[in-house]
Design a protein around this ligand. Structure first.
Ligand SMILES: Nc1ncnc2c1ncn2[C@@H]1O[C@H](COP(=O)(O)OP(=O)(O)OP(=O)(O)O)[C@@H](O)[C@H]1O
Ligand SMILES: [Mg+2]
Length: 261
């Protein structure tokens, strides 16, 4: 079967900095892929190239066999690749319900941004999506809370629920648990991954916590110095001596559990 995402010889340079090089990856539909790597390894750059937020210096990206290299992020999003950012992108002054309505409605219109403000966007489909997402992401308790007042974990849930409001085939999550306490991270990921599984979304998630990677990823891509140095099951990648030496050494020493995976 055609991979849902195919990346060929991807490179990105920022002046003299090589942020991505020689990346070749095929992601089959419905796979959940963890992306690991130290700060500055090129994880966000990789995500940004797939979603069209930055243009590769060279190489190609295919989505379900179609070449999407260099297309604008809005076009790529409309085609079915959505994402979340390291910092949640929500409207702080709106409630959870209003945020979700906005995302669900915007995802269902082709109108320009100016027209968003002028036309009533909320149709039946957008309201149905809003209600379903609020249940699926366990946001009912916060439905009428202003987004600015939400605990960090709930804010992330809302952000991710909004990112899938357009029913994408692929979702890229850039550090979905950043800024979340250790105790809350696991519950957050349970809700997110359960919701995405039921929506049949292919997921790539950037994560620094190796226990979460081991628990939620079916496959792991380990980034170092702009390229993938290990690609396989969590046990294979987290057990790879190069990964342990260059990326997870400290994490394994701290958690004590990953080394026995
Ligand atoms: N817009 C930019 N301009 C210049 N250099 C950049 C830019 N974006 C990223 N870089 C550089 O590219 C490299 C990869 O950065 P990237 O943000 O992809 O890393 P990362 O793996 O996501 O790190 P982190 O874990 O800190 O989020 C780094 O050396 C970074 O400084
Ligand atoms: Mg990053």
């Amino acid at each position: 079967m055609t991979p849902v995402i195919s990346v060929r010889d991807l490179q990105k340079t920022f002046g003299s900095v090589v942020a991505a090089r020689d990346i070749n990856v095929d992601i089959p539909a419905l796979q959940t892929v963890g992306i690991i790597g130290a700060n500055g390894a090129g994880k966000t750059t990789f995500v940004n190239m797939i979603t069209g937020h930055i243009r590769p210096s060279s190489g190609s990206i295919f989505f379900a066999g179609k070449d999407v290299t260099g297309l604008p992020s809005r076009t790529i999003c409309r085609m079915g690749i959505s994402r979340s950012f390291q910092v949640a992108q929500i409207f702080p002054s709106l409630t959870v319900y209003e945020n979700m309505c906005a995302a669900a409605a915007i995802a269902r219109t082709n109108a320009s941004v100016v027209r968003y403000a002028l036309m009533p966007l909320l149709n039946e489909a957008a309201i149905a999506e809003t209600e379903e997402a609020i249940k699926l992401f366990q946001l009912s308790k916060y439905r009428n809370a202003q987004a600015a007042t939400l605990p960090q974990g709930v804010r992330k849930l809302l952000d991710i629920a909004m990112a899938v409001a357009g029913r994408p085939q692929v979702l890229l999550l850039d550090e979905p648990t950043s800024g979340i306490s250790v105790e809350e991270k696991y519950d957050l990921m349970e809700i997110v991954m359960g919701a995405l599984k039921s929506r049949k979304v292919t997921v790539l998630f950037v994560e620094h916590d190796m226990e979460l990677v081991e628990r939620f990823a079916e496959r792991v891509l380990a980034f170092y110095d702009g390229t993938v140095i290990s690609d396989g099951s969590p046990a294979e990648v987290l057990g790879d001596p190069r990964v342990q030496e260059l990326i997870t050494g400290h994490a394994i020493a701290r958690s004590g559990s990953v080394a026995h995976a």
